[in-house]
Design a protein around this ligand. Structure first.
Ligand SMILES: C[S@@+](CC[C@H](N)C(=O)[O-])C[C@H]1O[C@@H](n2cnc3c(N)ncnc32)[C@H](O)[C@@H]1O
Length: 265
């Protein structure tokens, strides 16, 4: 059997509007499409592009450990690739941003000798930068999965933008549609309170999934975060608490580099 090919694409966050030209062309032309998206209309849109497209949602059985579901997602995608087909795996957002089965499928496909690539797409983070007017080039950004940050005892870098994903899913290791962990959010808020003043802004953000909707931007504070309404699609943004002062010696050394360049030119 000739090797197969796997192309992992993202559909972006906003229905159809965020899909890149190359992602759309891949969905249209692939022999087989497996998709996992956040809402049904995107699934319909994918099926309108390719009648061979099939949802992976049936693998998401209530109460099943998420790691087991992800392993089955990878297995189903790989089974098609092993048949020598050009397979497109489509995930919502950017397929390389917090999508474990996408990366696992690519790794497995490569190890088994198939051609495999990922195409970039619009993620919730991209929407957040646009909707909240943040440019991470100024203060930098610390981006993490909320559970991982807590589990590993990492501390937020208060001099940068802190962006935490999956704040509604802390401690939920099984698939439970629409469930939100209020205990987990309280744990997170408690940890943040050790590093920020109570009145520090903590913004709960949901990018719009449809062109006719606005993003949800909920201004809470570190003190009120535990009671903020969140869903499985909420991302948290904390602006920097302070701007570090300049390192005078390093500023001088950098300035000297510029003089050197000038002299050389
Ligand atoms: C498994 S990750 C998938 C991220 C996705 N691949 C992306 O590129 O944005 C799920 C997390 O992404 C964030 N997310 C997904 N959809 C979102 C939205 N519409 N608005 C804000 N954050 C979102 C939330 O933090 C959510 O818990």
């Amino acid at each position: 059997m000739a090797p197969g090919r796997l192309t992992v694409v993202g559909t972006g966050i906003k229905l159809a509007a965020h899909a890149t030209v190359e992602a759309r062309a891949t969905i249209e032309q692939a022999d087989k499409v497996h998709y996992l998206v956040a809402e049904p209309a995107t699934g319909q849109w994918i099926r309108s592009l390719n009648y061979r497209a099939r949802s992976l949602h049936d693998l998401f059985v209530d109460g099943k450990p998420r790691v087991d579901i992800y392993a089955e997602v990878v297995e189903r995608i790989l089974a098609s690739v092993r048949n020598g087909l050009w397979v497109c795996a489509a995930f919502y957002g950017h397929p390389g941003v917090f999508v474990r089965p996408a990366q696992d499928a690519l790794d497995r496909a490569r190890r088994e000798g198939h051609r495999a690539e990922m195409l970039p797409a619009v993620s919730a983070l991209d929407c957040l930068f646009a909707d909240l007017g943040i440019d991470p080039g100024r203060e930098g950004a610390q981006i993490a999965e909320a559970s991982e940050l807590l589990r590993r005892g990492r501390v937020p870098d208060t001099a940068t933008h802190v962006i935490l994903l999956q704040i509604g899913l802390i401690g939920l290791s099984r698939h439970t549609p629409r469930a939100v962990s209020t205990g987990g959010l309280a744990l997170l808020a408690g940890m943040l309170a050790r590093h920020y003043p109570g009145q520090h802004p903590a913004v709960v953000y949901e990018a719009a999934q449809y062109a006719t909707c606005a993003p949800r931007i909920g201004w809470a504070t570190v003190e009120t975060l535990a009671a903020a309404p969140v869903s499985q699609f909420t991302t948290l943004w904390l602006p920097p608490r302070e701007r570090p002062s300049l390192d005078a010696r390093m500023v001088e050394r950098i300035a000297a580099l510029a003089v050197e360049e000038h002299v050389r030119a």
